[in-house]
Design a protein around this ligand. Structure first.
Ligand code: DON
Length: 573
């Protein structure tokens, strides 16, 4: 097997000006070298920074800002690069949410969540006896919602400064010229091999005869073709023409239901962000169809009356309080949250002080709560995602979380187009009481309806301190996303940690049902024992999330941190 350094000859093909007349910034000896790069976990920059799941994607975003782009340009270019260098989650065939605060204070919430195809039906994942067939909502063609990411990129473009042709060029180069993969990526591709073979009838770039090894180069020619069609024809290069034809043909090969009309009619939507104060900070996060903003508002407001800082980090006292806030918020999620265009979500009530202090009335310190007694509040009115954070020289904050849902989504690559489709339909409640792949339950609020967007946990979040831009943060992790963001914020605000510790300290998670607390392996053993003695069921689990954050320090520097839990990396200048 060749090592990355043996590909030097191949690098000669990297022209300095592309067919579109755009100078290429990716290649051997160029600003971004896809054959030789390093992970940077933490750094402070004078002007602008990006934190994302892949070093090359962060470098692309930073370089775009260096060349005159703003945080929106960087967010577009970074997402496009992630679609190439991080195929497990970065995507064209998925969806996401972008949250931004411009320097003048304008807030922008862009919803480009996937939607149920027109031919979707409420009971489409039930067999003749009414039993859920979750294999169909989780794998293969029928698992995909209509992809939203490309519509999201073009809805972001009016806020950007550079041309789309320029922003997409690094992704084209990375797909065409290839990039060297890490150990983690090799393991990930190898472990997905069987299902990629199962759900695809055409050759895919992610499968080769021998096993992948660290140092191999991944080329994605068909994906480069799709990106070039977008470069030439804009959103139409994805939702129409050749790419739409390839998507619909792929659907026909695997009994999927996404049609030409579904693709043509898909639009990104502007959403009013959720915002609220917490201990002198102003928190801004995403509203439904994401549950994230409401969940972190509920959890933070439920603990605000308690002197959490004085309890100490991950003591029995602080963890118990936070678990009980998590339990109550997630019970509400299951009952009340869904796509607001199809379900009346009682947003104001759910995050009101009056409602939340009532929710905590039965909280008993020293005694484990129970999800059989804690239910959703009564209201009197009718493992793969990725996050990137950007701050530019003007202080614009951008947070984007985007997903295929599970790792490599539905495992179906659009034949001839080179990109994976999501398995986001599993985020709907396929049947009341049947948990989705993250164990989340739902009912009517999140039932399948054609055109409806499935409920998400993605929580891109911004924070202002003393009314000034302070922090951009978010993470993947399914239902653990809101608890990860919640805990990172409490670590920063209540426990006065720096961003590195706030992100990298061990996390715990409770989501109402199942009634258990899952913890990372480095969670304090002493606190675990105390919680168990109180009656909590505690389970070890794999690492929680991959949080990317950037904050503006009092000296104006951008402190960027990438989670220790992956190949995540920062870049800036
Ligand atoms: O939107 C959601 O809530 C899920 N589809 C996110 C999935 C996810 O974060 C997987 N990552 N590890």
């Amino acid at each position: 097997m060749k090592k990355w350094w043996s590909y030097t000859g191949l690098l000669l093909i990297s022209a300095s000006v592309t067919a579109q007349g755009i100078p290429s910034i990716v290649g051997k000896g160029k600003a971004i070298d896809p054959y030789n790069y390093a992970i940077v976990k933490k750094a402070s920059y004078q002007k602008a920074a990006v934190s994302s799941a892949h070093p090359l994607a962060s470098q692309v975003g930073a370089m775009i800002m260096k060349q005159g782009g703003n945080a929106f340009d960087a967010a577009i270019a970074t997402q496009l690069a992630l679609a190439v260098v991080y195929p497990a989650a970065g995507n064209l065939g998925g969806g996401g949410f972008l949250l931004a605060r411009k320097k003048d204070g304008e807030l922008i919430g862009l919803d480009y969540r996937e939607a149920a195809p027109a031919a979707a039906q409420r009971d489409m994942y039930l067999d003749e006896n009414g039993n859920a067939k979750i294999s169909l909502s989780q794998n293969g063609h029928l698992a995909s919602g209509i992809p939203g990411t490309v519509a999201g990129l073009f809805a972001t473009l009016p806020y950007a400064k550079l041309s789309f042709a320029k922003l997409i060029q690094p992704a084209i180069d990375l797909a065409e010229k290839g990039f060297v993969i890490s150990e983690r990526e090799a393991v990930s591709l190898n472990s997905t091999r069987e299902s990629l073979l199962k759900y695809n009838t055409k050759p895919v770039a992610f499968v080769k005869t021998e096993k992948w090894k660290a140092g191999d180069t991944l080329f994605q020619k068909e994906l480069a073709g799709t990106l070039k069609r977008m470069q030439k024809n804009g959103a139409q290069g994805f939702y129409g023409g050749e790419t739409a034809k390839l998507i619909v043909e792929e659907m026909q090969r695997g009994k999927g239901i996404i049609s030409y009309d579904d693709l043509k009619n898909y639009t990104a939507k502007l959403r009013e962000p959720i915002h609220f104060d917490y201990r002198g900070h102003h928190i801004i996060s995403f509203s439904p169809p994401s549950s994230g903003g409401i969940l972190i508002a509920q959890m933070l407001k439920m603990i605000e009356k308690f002197p959490v800082g004085s309890y100490g980090f991950q003591t029995q006292k602080s963890v118990q309080l936070m678990i009980e806030a998590e339990r109550r918020a997630y019970a509400d999620r299951a009952e009340h949250l869904g796509d607001p265009d199809f379900w009346k979500v009682p947003v104001d009530t759910l995050i009101s002080e009056a409602y939340l202090s009532k929710r905590m009335q039965d909280y008993q310190p020293e005694k484990a709560g129970s999800s059989s007694t804690v239910k959703a509040g009564l209201i009197q009115q009718s493992e793969e995602t990725t996050h990137l954070s950007v701050i530019d020289a003007q202080g614009t904050l951008v947070a984007v979380t985007t997903t295929l849902n599970g790792g490599y989504g539905s495992r179906t690559v659009v034949g001839g187009a080179g990109f994976l489709l999501n398995n986001e339909m599993d985020d709907f409640s396929v049947k009341p009481g049947v948990p989705n792949m993250y164990g989340a339950l739902g009912g009517e609020a999140n039932a399948i309806v054609p055109g409806k967007r499935m409920l998400s946990s993605m929580t891109p979040t911004l924070v202002l301190k003393n009314k000034k831009p302070y922090l951009t943060i978010g993470t993947p992790g399914g239902t653990t996303i809101p608890t990860s963001v919640f805990q990172a914020l409490v670590n920063l605000i209540d426990f006065n940690m720096d961003l590195d510790n706030a992100i990298n300290k061990p996390k715990f998670h409770h989501q109402w049902l199942p009634d258990e607390v899952t913890i990372e392996r480095d969670f304090l053993p002493e606190t675990r024992k105390q919680l168990e003695a109180m009656g909590y069921r505690i389970k070890d689990r794999s690492p929680i999330g991959r949080t990317e954050g950037i904050r503006i320090l009092s000296n104006g520097k951008r402190e960027a941190v990438a989670d220790k839990r992956g190949d995540d990396s920062v870049a800036g200048f």
